[in-house]
Design a protein around this ligand. Sequence first.
Ligand code: NAD
Ligand code: MG
Length: 362
Amino acid sequence: MRDVQINLGNRSYSIFIGQGVLDAAGTLLTGLPTGRKALLVTNPTVARLYADRVTAALTRAGIDVVRALIPDGEQYKALQSAEMLYDRAFAAGLDRGCPVVALGGGVVGDLAGFVAATYMRGVPFVQIPTTLLAQVDSSVGGKVAVNHPRGKNIIGAFYQPVLVLSDTGTLRTLGAGEVRSGLAEVIKYGIIKDAAFFTWLENNLDHVLALEPAALAHVIEQSCLSKARVVEEDETEQGQRAILNLGHTVGHAIEALAGYGRYSHGEAVAIGTAVAARLAVDLGLLQENEEHRIRNLLARAGLPLEVPGDISTDAVMAAMYGDKKTRAGQITFILPAAIGRAVIRPGMAEEPIARAIDNCRA
Ligand code: NAD
Ligand code: MG
């Protein structure tokens, strides 16, 4: 079992990573000053696979488990679901010391975290992420949220967990698409923060794709460390934390324009990363051979690199800059300056971005 320590003053916590850490949930939780009753938030898909094991582990440690299921799907990351969970927590008599435990992917984690942050002005929050994306990204950094008809994640808070348990064994039941989607963020960490990790991925990707426990544990550990280092410097995204958005500006535009569901988030981010790398080469920031290494690794992970033919460059630009009339003509762009280092470029003009998008087509 590996232990990654996140240092945020009195909001510091540990991420435990390894095969079977799920079964240690009770022992690890009772080491913390939390109540003896827990709200276990999950969905039917994940509950069927893992809720009994987590419940047994908590029960063995003397914790009463109140299980609450939310239907599976991004659309349930909503205030109505939060309200349902508050009702459940009140009905079960949960007080301010009782933890909310999130068991599932990023949807369950973000929603349960939002409830933990707001129920009685905040109760202890425990994350048991079960997707690769959740283990390497959404469970680290303390952003919790629900969606609103006006936008994704726009009702939320910064709220750190007291404990995160990432069990590599849970990734075996994920679909290949879910694994790929998480890998886009993993590769991102190598590009923005850690050249040695990028090289390790080049040498070990096959072991990762085969879901070998040791390779997965390394990937999760290094990803958490990278994200944690960025977050520790800038917890509430005043500056440097923006480098985590590499590939996301164009990626979000493509994800939305293609219609949510056609590209997974990770696939859209991969395309956005390819565009950012091209732009960085065009601007003389990145060497061409490093762009090739980035493209190769993404491709080997099964991720797309090309802006689809049915989405025009104009449409992508409009999605990024907003309406033509109100465009300030400037956005902040994250660019790789080398493998292992990203820069934040505020005030990027439209023209070079449009050219890079054109150059990332089949
Ligand atoms: P998800 O939570 O929808 O999970 C994907 C699918 O996998 C779901 O159907 C889920 O039921 C299923 N699943 C989960 N674990 C499984 C397992 N072990 N075996 C089989 N199936 C399993 O999606 P996700 O990709 O994990 O997370 C996406 C969400 O995360 C989005 O809402 C996004 O906004 C959010 N997010 C948040 C942050 C943050 O910093 N808070 C960062 C990135 C993404
Ligand atoms: Mg992302």
